[in-house]
Design a protein around this ligand. Structure first.
Ligand SMILES: Nc1ncnc2c1ncn2[C@@H]1O[C@H](COP(=O)(O)OP(=O)(O)OP(=O)(O)O)[C@@H](O)[C@H]1O
Ligand SMILES: [Mg+2]
Length: 263
């Protein structure tokens, strides 16, 4: 196996100008391993992941995917407009299209889907990111086997789907993009226990099929069933790294992050 990590973040810092959200993040993910990210609400987990996939630009540091640098190094250009779209055409240091083409696929928190498209149309777009890495037909079939509920809703518009179905559709799109690394940001947030279990089983199956994950979730026991390494994220910094063999209970982790927890 190659000794080059699957993903490496070196001293990565970023945020929403002028507010810095995370700083000096060092993280290494080996091939074939899955990683969890756990931390309090609003401390910057989503912002970090959006930076890794090029939705927003890093301020400093490097992002290496399979040994290849994804960000353009150098001084950060001063933003000339508050309009994100304007920035896309000026001094972007990262191109999210290249990130997806490399196989780093990001399923965003709160499923960002097109409300007016049908399930079929949405699943039809997903293979664009998979170009050269997988057979769209096979991948779509696999996703529908994992989420049979979606097969029954093929002609329904996204805006008529339940929260759980939207979440399933988002993860299905991630899978159809033939990920070499799949980022799942709070995939089970707000779901009923039954839907949560359904989605958790599907994510287990994706992992068992050999897709490495970066997964954010508020349930440490759920994370523990999926990952080899857990990073604790606190006030925009990595505050701890725990390997599977030493994985503590949910309560112990809460104590590590917040000190004594009084009930
Ligand atoms: N588009 C944005 N512009 C400016 N600030 C933002 C934007 N999105 C998020 N923030 C701020 O960045 C900080 C970190 O938010 P982020 O969503 O990254 O945290 P998180 O750890 O993912 O939280 P959660 O667990 O609730 O998902 C918060 O203070 C938030 O208000
Ligand atoms: Mg978040």
């Amino acid at each position: 196996m190659s000794t080059v990590p699957l993903l490496e973040l070196q001293h990565l810092s970023g945020g929403y100008e002028p507010v810095q959200i995370f700083r000096d993040v060092d993280l290494v993910i080996a091939h074939g391993t899955s990683t969890g990210l756990f931390g309090p609400n609003g401390h910057g987990k989503t912002t970090l992941l959006r930076t890794v996939s090029g939705v927003i630009d890093p301020w400093s540091g490097n992002i290496l995917f399979e040994g290849k640098q994804l960000n353009r190094p150098g001084e950060r250009g001063r933003r000339r407009s508050r309009n994100l779209n304007y920035d896309v055409f000026t001094r972007r240091r990262m191109n999210p299209k290249n990130v997806a083409r490399a196989g780093l696929i990001h399923v965003a928190q709160g499923n960002l889907l097109y409300r007016e498209l049908t399930v079929r149309e949405t699943l039809g777009i997903a293979p664009i990111a998979a170009r050269g890495r997988g057979e769209p037909g096979d991948l779509t079939e696999k996703a529908l086997r994992l989420f049979p509920r979606l097969s029954e809703r093929m002609n329904q518009k996204v805006r008529f789907l339940s929260g759980g179905e939207r979440q399933m559709l988002s993860v299905a799109c991630g899978l159809i993009a033939a990920p070499r690394l799949l980022i799942l940001d709070e995939p089970t947030l707000g779901l009923s226990p039954k839907l949560r279990r359904e989605l958790a089983d599907a994510i287990q199956a994706i992992k068992a099929d050999g897709v490495p994950l970066i997964i954010v979730d508020q349930d440490v026991d759920f994370l523990k069933s999926l990952i080899e390494t857990l990073y604790l994220f606190d006030h925009g910094r990595i505050s701890g790294r725990i390997e599977r063999a030493d994985m503590p209970s949910h309560e112990e982790i809460m104590r590590m992050l917040f000190g004594e927890v009084h009930s």
